[in-house]
Write a protein that binds this ligand. Structure first.
Ligand SMILES: C[S@@+](CC[C@H](N)C(=O)[O-])C[C@H]1O[C@@H](n2cnc3c(N)ncnc32)[C@H](O)[C@@H]1O
Length: 353
């Protein structure tokens, strides 16, 4: 009998979080998968013969992308050859580095990544595989080409897009951290908004956002530039540009210079559309504040950063998600954004992508 070639799955993550990702895969699939290849930001698993792994649905929290591994390519011609092994014909291509920078790409880095993607796509097209860069729709097969260090072979895999997956290559939103952002949290908020499908410039026009843990104000600045009226809660000092923000329309910032526990519901407007939290507190404590407020304000969109400082908190992530699920009828998903350090981002919104 001819032997069936083994199937390998892959997933990408923030460098340093590979063991967290492996623990999630073990919890989901048990003995059906065995870790095979590991480099910073990329893990593969061999699938036990005869096992059919369900690949749709929410990704592991620590995964940016996950799919089926096709092989390693030393040349672009080999990428074409390997892409031919894909059981579906990919019509989209995602090219991205194995290690995504936590401060995002600069404009120059995006440019050179785009050039590299164009080069790879051109070779694939010459070999008859008609791939393009438009955002994938539900069900589209996407070819993933992962770039390593200088001289490292290219990793080739594929996945099928669905609404749980971020549509950008590598799960990396196209946001560039400005040199003068009030804080790095600007990038976290931008990436979180993109992840939630709210990355467009006017996505929050006419909406009101409440941010717990807002100082010095990168996150609030991002919300403001998307058009939101922002109420920020933090005893810390705010950046002057956040306090003075005026877009000539409704977007403006109000500061509650108190802790979240002191915030009185009656001081809030009747309608809060988005509740964000970025408090540097242990998640069980942060969630208590979030629960108290959300039970009253019932924001339709939640965008919560939770600190995951140790293995104990990591093990409790499923419980944290359950607590958030009880707070909203919307769908709750979580990820570790490329800009998240020891933290994860939980998003809930009723009409996600
Ligand atoms: C990571 S920083 C927030 C960064 C901020 N989101 C930004 O965009 O610049 C964490 C913040 O949580 C605030 N914080 C901690 N405990 C808090 C509480 N109980 N209520 C409100 N803010 C709190 C801290 O004062 C600190 O400014």
């Amino acid at each position: 009998m001819p032997s069936v070639p083994p199937i390998f799955r892959f997933a990408t993550c923030n460098p340093g979080w590979e063991s967290g990702l492996k623990a999630e895969m073990r919890a989901r699939h048990g003995e059906a998968v065995t870790p095979a290849f590991l480099r910073p930001g990329l893990v593969t698993w061999k699938v036990r013969e005869g096992e059919k792994l369900e690949l749709g649905g929410p990704l592991p929290v620590f995964a940016h992308v996950s799919g089926t591994s096709l092989g390693m390519a030393k040349t672009l011609e080999e990428v074409s050859e390997i892409a031919g092994r894909c059981e579906a014909t990919p019509d989209r291509i995602h090219v991205f580095p194995r290690v995504l920078p936590e401060n995002g790409f600069t404009a120059e880095e995006w440019e050179s990544l785009d050039a590299r993607s164009g080069e790879i796509a051109a070779v694939l097209r010459e070999s008859g595989l008609n791939v393009d860069f438009s955002p994938p729709r539900h069900g589209d097969p996407v070819l993933d080409v992962i770039l390593g260090e200088e001289g490292e072979a290219l990793f080739v895999g594929w996945h099928r897009h669905d609404r749980f997956r971020f549509p950008s290559p590598g799960g990396m939103p196209r946001a560039i951290l400005p040199d003068d952002a009030p804080s790095r949290a600007w990038l976290k908020m931008e990436q979180g908004l993109h992840y939630a499908g709210l990355g467009d410039p006017g996505s929050l026009a006419g909406k009101t956002a409440l941010e717990l843990g807002c100082a010095p104000g990168g996150g609030s600045f991002s919300l403001l530039t998307h058009g939101a009226k922002v109420l920020g809660v933090d005893t810390g000092e705010m950046d002057g540009r956040v306090l003075a923000f005026d877009d000539g329309k409704d977007a403006a910032f109000s500061h509650f210079a108190i802790s979240a526990g002191e915030l009185r519901i009656e001081d809030l407007p009747r309608r809060i559309d988005l509740l964000a939290s970025d408090m540097n507190l242990a998640p069980p404590v942060a969630l208590r504040y979030i629960e108290r407020l959300q039970r009253r304000v019932r924001a339709r969109t939640l965008l919560l950063t939770l600190k995951i400082n140790d293995a104990k908190m990591q093990a409790q992530i499923p419980d944290f998600l359950e607590r958030v699920r009880k707070l909203t009828p919307g769908e709750v998903i979580a990820t570790q954004l490329p800009s998240n350090r020891k933290e994860i981002t939980i998003v809930s919104l009723p009409e996600r992508r």
